[in-house]
Write a protein that binds this ligand. Structure first.
Ligand SMILES: Nc1nc2c(ncn2[C@@H]2O[C@H](COP(=O)(O)OP(=O)(O)O)[C@@H](O)[C@H]2O)c(=O)[nH]1
Ligand SMILES: [Mg+2]
Length: 434
């Protein structure tokens, strides 16, 4: 809250000196000083009376901006300056965003507005503000639309066709849950809990019932453990079978870190295919992370070992280690991953600090068996579930949460950088049932 009230005051106060947008690379210089002062004063006024929300400020800030270019850079510099963001940080932000626009080939506001807001929210540490939360909620509801259609619509139908919470109702509810990949065990447990609650609380209203269901659903998810931030670099090992989204998820996580001003290194531990190393290198460049790779076919453990040295030497905050996921040599893969872990542990006790299993939600119950497979051999700290946007099988998250008690830290809702978001069980349940 302090943040917003502080900013409100900043808009109102007169700037000590005129703001001159720095000239970056080929970005031409600003118009004359008086013109500058005029629009800045106008913008200040409108921001001072605007509702304190990033999206609304962005509306004001982007008045008259319809594409990338001078006007956009000026406005961004004005904004950061008014927020007393150090000049260097503002320059890095604008340069990074300009580079991203070039990489993506985006020109028009509608192509990049959402990413801009996402970057600003991360850079200004506003992700937990209501505004971003509600944006995430809309995104989540949208991303979960197929799962929702499967689960929520059927529950609504059941509620409207039932006259009481009788045996038939509970049986059908269990069926619906199982069909949505919630899994047998979780479905049975959920129905049992709901039955007790419904009779105990004398629930009659369908809306009230759905609220209870949401609460119980959310309650299945274990909360992430609080942990002490390790001495940098924080080392994150990404594991999972081929194609689930490990590499792109590393890029998205690295992007988030970069936007928060952290220094990131990515190590190419998937040495099986030369193309995989190349793909990761391209991602690293795009998100402005350092990159460590050895040649195609190199021992992944040696990549991780050496990357750790490099990361320490370079003063990196976070090191992500990508891995291969060829499952046709199951024991081979597990041996390889264990070796990667033990080599890092020996080099720097406590590493990897987080081992993240990446799962593809579209594979439904397969994701559950993959969790079993990996969890049997390797200690998993977190799960990231990708591709929730394209599937009706999102219910599998509940099954995984219940059976393995591993926290889900992020979910993937699309292919864009901003489509990886922190997972919040309450929001998930609400989005699923709304
Ligand atoms: N729709 C969608 N696609 C995703 C998501 N996460 C990853 N992908 C895509 O999944 C494909 C495989 O990803 P990749 O990172 O190469 O998988 P890896 O083999 O585990 O490293 C790529 O085309 C990604 O763009 C997501 O959340 N939603
Ligand atoms: Mg990969």
């Amino acid at each position: 809250m302090g943040f917003f009230s502080k900013i409100k005051n900043l808009w109102k106060s007169d700037p000590q000196e005129t703001i001159e947008p720095p000239i970056i690379e080929d970005k031409p210089s600003a118009p004359t000083e008086t013109q500058d002062k005029e629009w800045q004063a106008r913008l200040r006024q409108s921001l001072a009376v605007a509702e304190p929300r990033l999206s609304i400020w962005l509306n004001h800030l982007l008045q008259g901006v319809d594409s990338k270019g001078d006007l956009l850079w000026q406005r961004l510099y004005f904004f950061f300056d008014a927020l007393e963001v150090p000049k260097k940080e503002a320059e890095d932000f604008v340069a990074g965003f300009a580079k991203w626009l070039d990489d993506m080939g985006y020109t028009h506001l509608e192509e990049f507005r959402s990413e801009l807001q996402y970057r600003m929210a991360l850079a200004l540490d506003l992700e937990d503000e209501e505004d971003e939360k509600s944006r995430l909620f809309i995104k989540l509801s949208h991303g979960l639309s197929k799962t929702k259609a499967q689960l929520s619509r059927q529950i609504d139908q059941l509620l409207s066709s039932s006259t009481s919470f009788d045996q038939a109702f509970w049986e059908e509810l269990e069926e619906i849950l199982i069909m949505s990949d919630v899994g047998h065990k979780a479905a049975t447990e959920l129905v049992q809990k709901l039955r007790t609650e419904v009779s105990g609380k004398n629930v009659e209203d369908p809306q009230e019932f759905k609220q209870l269901l949401g609460k119980e659903l959310a309650g299945f998810f274990p909360r992430p453990k609080k942990r002490i931030k390790p001495d940098p670099p924080e080392v994150v090992l990404m594991i999972g079978v081929n194609g689930v989204g490990k590499t792109t998820t590393i890029a998205k996580l690295a992007h988030r870190d970069r936007m928060k001003g952290r220094r990131v290194m990515i190590a190419a531990g998937d040495t099986f295919r030369a193309a995989a190393i190349e793909q990761l290198g391209i991602w690293a460049e795009r998100v402005d992370a350092q990159f460590y790779a050895k040649s195609h076919g190199a021992d992944p453990a040696s990549v991780a070992y050496e990357a750790l040295d490099k990361a320490v030497a370079a003063g990196t905050d976070v090191l992500y280690v990508d891995t291969a996921g060829r499952l046709h040599t199951k024991s081979g893969l597990m041996q390889e991953l264990k070796k990667v872990k033990s080599v890092m542990q020996k080099k720097r006790p406590g590493t990897p600090h987080r081992t993240i299993l990446v799962l593809d939600a579209t594979t439904g119950q397969n994701a559950l068996s993959q969790t079993e497979l990996f969890a049997r051999e390797i200690n998993i700290d977190e799960i990231i579930l990708t591709k929730l946007d394209g599937t009706a099988k999102g219910g599998v998250m509940v099954a995984i949460a219940l059976q393995h008690q591993i926290p889900i830290s992020f979910i993937g809702l699309g292919e864009k950088m901003e489509d990886l978001r922190p997972f919040d069980p309450e929001n998930f349940a609400r989005a699923l049932l709304s």
